[in-house]
Write a protein that binds this ligand. Structure first.
Ligand code: GDP
Length: 443
């Protein structure tokens, strides 16, 4: 909250002199903090470097909102950029017109691929999309059992051919079955290895070529940290992915893998896994993830609040008007309403000549005075509001306004007089020296 309009104008004046813009020197600390925050969130080092190298010049010259520091403003810019890089909004799963939609699951062993398959099936099941899960991990019989058990649990059928069949055939026949039965979506669980190897990639590619999935989702363990970037790079290059599911986000991880995956593959994170249970799947929200990665919630809230209170474009226009003495009754009314919304009339009252340095009682009086002003301004025509000068020379106009607002002629004359004084005071400020204006800087 801004204490007074004097402070805000001081801020505006500073900005005009170019003192409160983001520059390499005034964000040095913030840069270090952001870099550390991203690394602590396990964003891949190279990704951190590239990301910061891109954001910093973008931020240069950005005007700082009064009430916050250049550092804080920079952190907000980084946050906005993180949101932008991660995709602004949630990207839903593809659903094709002619069923079935085919989803291929990929990932290393233990990342949560089988669990994610069931989670996804349950998610779609709840959206009334019928599903078939296909078990192609013939190397670990336990994997087939795991999927069958999960299928029973959520009421979604599982297609398997035991552990002697060829994974490519299983996938193909699974899709055939879904077609015949008019099932909406087929989700194919595949075998993973502890590490990327040529066999796994080869098999995945063959399944992909055969069934031509609409989505190939890479399941990435959020705890993987730095590795997420290279993992994504290899899967995307060798198999091609359309998106990712970030699992195990319920753990300690701050989720930096999300940024790495997005940057490296250019594909969206579609879901996050937040627990072992089949229900523990959520759509991915870039904003939530950006705050988690940055871990600077306090700063972000502060800047957002400051932004809400001041529409920058509006404030800049107002500044220009104030300093060039084009400030009129329309602006005055706008400022009064703005300050009222902010819950403090004290600020604008101090602008009224002779009303700075006020006691509470006097402030109260000032508030009443402003209400009277508002009523009188409301009785002015648009022409009069926009050209306050015409009121100085027209007693008839003042009389009409007095009548319309229920006040006396002298009251309107006083408003017109006070307003002119205020304008000339603002003009002085525009010419440079704020400190010469009584009451402006607490003098
Ligand atoms: P797969 O080898 O990739 O198929 O991995 P699994 O689906 O078998 O999962 C490996 C382990 O991670 C299991 O113990 C799962 O319960 C667990 N797991 C999977 N997803 C999550 C998650 O989002 N959060 C947590 N905490 N555990 C998960």
């Amino acid at each position: 909250m801004f204490d007074s309009i004097a402070e805000r104008l001081e801020g505006a004046w500073k900005k005009l002199r170019g003192q409160d813009e983001i520059s390499p020197s005034n964000i040095r600390d913030a840069l270090r903090d952001v870099r550390r925050a991203l690394l602590e969130a396990d964003v891949n080092l190279q990704v951190v470097k590239e990301f910061i190298a891109e954001v910093e010049p973008k931020a240069q010259g950005t005007k700082v909102i009064s009430g916050i520091s250049p550092d804080q403003q920079f952190i907000k810019i980084v946050y906005d950029e993180l949101v932008a890089v991660m995709g602004e909004t949630n990207v839903p799963l593809i659903e094709v017109d002619t069923a079935p939609t085919i989803i291929l699951m990929a990932g290393l062993q233990g990342t949560g691929k089988t669990t994610a398959t069931a989670k996804l099936a349950l998610h779609l099941h709840k959206l009334n999309r019928s599903c078939l899960m296909v078990a192609t991990d013939v190397y670990r019989p336990a994997a087939i059992n795991q999927l069958t058990t999960l299928g029973n649990q959520i009421g979604v059928p599982v297609f398997d051919m035991g552990s002697d069949a060829n994974p490519v055939d299983i996938a193909r026949l699974g899709v055939e079955k879904a077609k015949v039965e008019g099932i909406n979506t087929v989700i194919i669980d595949t075998a993973g290895r502890l590490q990327i190897d040529a066999d796994m990639m080869g098999e995945l590619s063959r399944i992909k070529e055969t069934v031509k999935p609409h989505e190939t989702l890479l399941v990435v363990d959020a705890m993987t940290g730095q590795e997420a970037a290279s993992l994504t790079h290899v899967f995307n290059k060798q198999v091609g992915i359309s998106g990712a599911i970030l699992s195990k986000l319920d753990g300690d991880s701050r989720g930096g893998a999300a940024l790495s995956v997005r940057r490296v593959s250019g594909t969206p994170i579609k879901f996050v896994g937040i627990g072992e249970k089949v229900e523990a799947l959520q759509p991915f929200y870039p904003e939530r993830m950006a705050s988690r990665i940055l871990g600077m919630g306090d700063v972000l809230t502060l800047v957002e609040k400051a932004q809400e209170e001041i529409d920058i474009a509006d404030a800049e226009k107002m500044q220009e008007k104030i300093l060039s003495a084009k400030f009129d009754f329309t602006d005055f009314l706008k400022q009064m309403r703005l300050l009222k919304n902010m819950g403090s009339l004290g600020g604008i009252i101090k602008m009224i000549p002779g009303m700075n340095k006020l006691t509470d009682e006097q402030l109260q009086k000032g508030e009443t005075q402003l209400k009277r002003y508002e009523a009188m301004i409301n009785s002015m025509t648009i022409e009069e509001r926009n050209n306050p000068e015409i009121l100085s020379s027209s007693p008839n106009r003042r009389k009409r306004i007095a009548k319309g607002s229920g006040y006396k002629d002298v009251d309107v004359s006083k408003l017109v007089g006070d307003f002119q004084k205020m304008r000339s005071m603002m003009q002085k400020m525009g010419q440079g020296d704020l400190s010469k204006i009584p009451g402006m800087l607490g003098n």
